[in-house]
Design a protein around this ligand. Structure first.
Ligand SMILES: Nc1ncnc2c1ncn2[C@@H]1O[C@H](COP(=O)(O)OP(=O)(O)OP(=O)(O)O)[C@@H](O)[C@H]1O
Length: 265
């Protein structure tokens, strides 16, 4: 595996009882911001949970940051270098934002002397500096999500996994968050599951599109956009262009005989 390949999965299968959520998936991801897209139930959360090492694959290989994530011994070291924002994350409502983020820093084994500054830096990066000593239970839903993003980046992870991070953020916060994502993507491999095409258009360098547990497209955001072709109605905003590319890639995946060359690499 190339040293800059943070994620290398092959033949990854995840079953939930009788449902096959991921079906022999092969995927490699290096530095940058990767938008993980797909229809409801495609398998995005199942994939992120395996990459976050909180769910075990039914079968297949999962290499993260050069280590074997299925090996108990190697998993501990991998977890220190990961950041993860689950779709729904638990927290103690009586904790302040500072205590919540510091608690995760401790779990991630950030050296004790570095924790206070790391917590303040992470909280400032998500724009919650003025609420750092507020209790979690007094925050709005969007602020709780931002605290969740702060805990995911407090250890300066080399692999950052964000499941629907922009859900519940107001438009101004979304814009700020996308700029933070672009910044994080220059230092780390960032995987963002989202339903918002604007997130992809504004912040993602690459896209992995999943459907029915299989990879339907992987490439740069520009390559996905190119699949959509010209706008039929002259509406050429970036968001619309990415939406057309998304639809074209799904269509090509559903009708393999029409698969555009290069749609799946
Ligand atoms: N705990 C579970 N028990 C049974 N089936 C599950 C479970 N979790 C997920 N599934 C099923 O696995 C498939 C993939 O689900 P997953 O949550 O990974 O998709 P997703 O792409 O994240 O969907 P969404 O966009 O709706 O969040 C779906 O068919 C879902 O119903």
């Amino acid at each position: 595996m190339n040293v800059s390949t943070a994620v290398a999965v092959s033949g990854l299968t995840v079953r939930h009882r009788r449902t096959v959520a991921l079906d022999r998936l092969d995927l490699s991801l290096g530095p940058g911001v990767h938008g993980l897209l797909g229809p409801n139930g495609a398998g995005k959360t199942s994939l992120i949970r395996v990459l976050a090492t909180v769910a075990a694959p039914s079968s297949g290989r999962v290499e993260l940051l050069g280590g074997d994530a299925t090996s108990h011994r190697e998993r501990t070291g991998i977890r220190r270098r990961l950041g993860y924002l689950p779709q729904d994350f638990g927290h103690y409502p009586a904790f302040t934002v500072r205590e919540f983020v510091a608690y995760v820093a401790w779990l991630k084994e950030v050296p004790a002397e570095r924790v206070p500054a790391a917590v303040e830096h992470a909280v400032a990066r998500v724009g919650l500096g003025d609420r750092i000593d507020a209790r979690m239970k007094t925050l709005s839903g969007g602020m709780v999500r931002r605290a969740g993003i702060a805990q995911a980046i407090v250890n300066e992870p080399e692999l950052l996994l964000l499941d629907e991070p922009t859900a519940g953020l107001d438009p101004e916060q979304r814009v700020d968050f996308r700029s933070l994502l672009r910044e994080l993507g220059t230092e780390a491999t960032v995987v963002v599951s989202t339903h918002l095409v604007e997130d992809v258009a504004a912040a993602c360098t690459d896209v992995a599109l999943i459907e029915s547990g299989r990879l339907a497209f992987q490439g740069s955001t520009a390559e996905l956009t190119a699949l959509g072709g010209e706008s039929p109605d002259g509406n050429d905003s970036t968001t619309h262009a990415v939406e057309r590319g998304y639809t074209a890639a799904l269509h090509a995946h559903r009708t393999p005989s029409h698969t555009a060359k290069g749609a799946l690499r």
